[in-house]
Ligand binder design. Structure first.
Ligand SMILES: Cc1cc2nc3c(=O)[nH]c(=O)nc-3n(C[C@H](O)[C@H](O)[C@H](O)COP(=O)(O)O)c2cc1C
Length: 217
């Protein structure tokens, strides 16, 4: 089957789009409002874009009434947002933090997770999460949206500080991904976690690039 999503109805009962771009890592993003209220929400339209400097992005659709997401407003107002690694153990907290709480409600409290202080960014990171990026807001690119609710906010940031909990590091100083079990989004209501890791090196490549180890970050 095939169809043109911009002009033709989807022939399947559910759109296959999100289910084809899998697994998507989750940007579990904490921010603080300009009045000092912490905020936490998951964004599976999240990615790293480059490693030198390390840049990241997330895309926020507006709420059904057209309001922009609190995470975007806070990042723009304060100039900062923080990515927290979501894990299988934290899956319920991630889900609760996605609920549409009114502005000013601290989703950390609702989700049962703890504030840990940041070093550069204002506002907290999630203490229970094994890794966090403190990100300086770079810009918002507003993409055209087809829904009645307006465009999509694509937010870019530069990672200026990386935190990794010592207990998730292997003896050789790598993140123990299979033990961390990062949470990732599939299509529909489905999720997965990374439980198995295998290594491949690019044939003929040498040095750091062969192992994907290039970049200061
Ligand atoms: C796993 C997961 C991933 C999500 N990814 C996105 C996303 O990429 N973009 C988006 O606009 N909303 C996404 N949502 C919904 C937001 O988390 C939700 O609208 C939240 O209330 C936004 O909170 P905020 O206004 O405090 O930023 C996701 C929800 C879940 C559970």
């Amino acid at each position: 089957m095939h169809y043109a999503p911009g002009t033709e109805p989807c022939p399947l009962p559910f759109s296959p789009f999100k289910s084809c771009t899998v697994p998507r890592p989750i940007g579990w993003i904490s921010t603080i409002s300009k009045t000092g209220r912490p905020n936490l929400a998951p964004y599976s339209q999240w990615q790293n874009l480059s490693f030198d400097p390390p840049m990241v992005m997330f895309a926020a659709n507006p709420y059904s009434d057209g309001r922009r997401k609190h995470t975007v407003i806070n990042a723009e107002d304060t100039g900062w947002f923080v990515w927290n690694m979501a894990t299988y153990a934290l899956r319920e907290a991630v889900n609760i933090s996605a609920m549409e709480w009114p502005e000013g409600v601290d989703e950390f409290e609702k989700a049962g997770v703890t504030h840990a202080p940041c070093i550069d960014a204002p506002g907290p990171r999630v203490a229970e999460s094994p890794a966090q990026f403190e990100c300086r807001f770079h810009s918002t690119h507003r993409l055209r949206g087809n829904s009645a609710h307006g465009g999509v906010d694509v937010v870019y940031g530069e990672v200026v500080r990386i935190h990794v909990a010592d207990h998730v590091l292997t003896a050789e100083g790598k993140l123990d991904i299979a033990a961390i079990r990062p949470l990732a989004r599939l299509g529909y209501y489905d999720y997965t976690t990374v439980t198995e890791v295998f290594e491949m090196r690019i044939p003929g490549a040498s040095g750091m690039a062969a192992a994907g180890l290039e970049g200061k970050a």
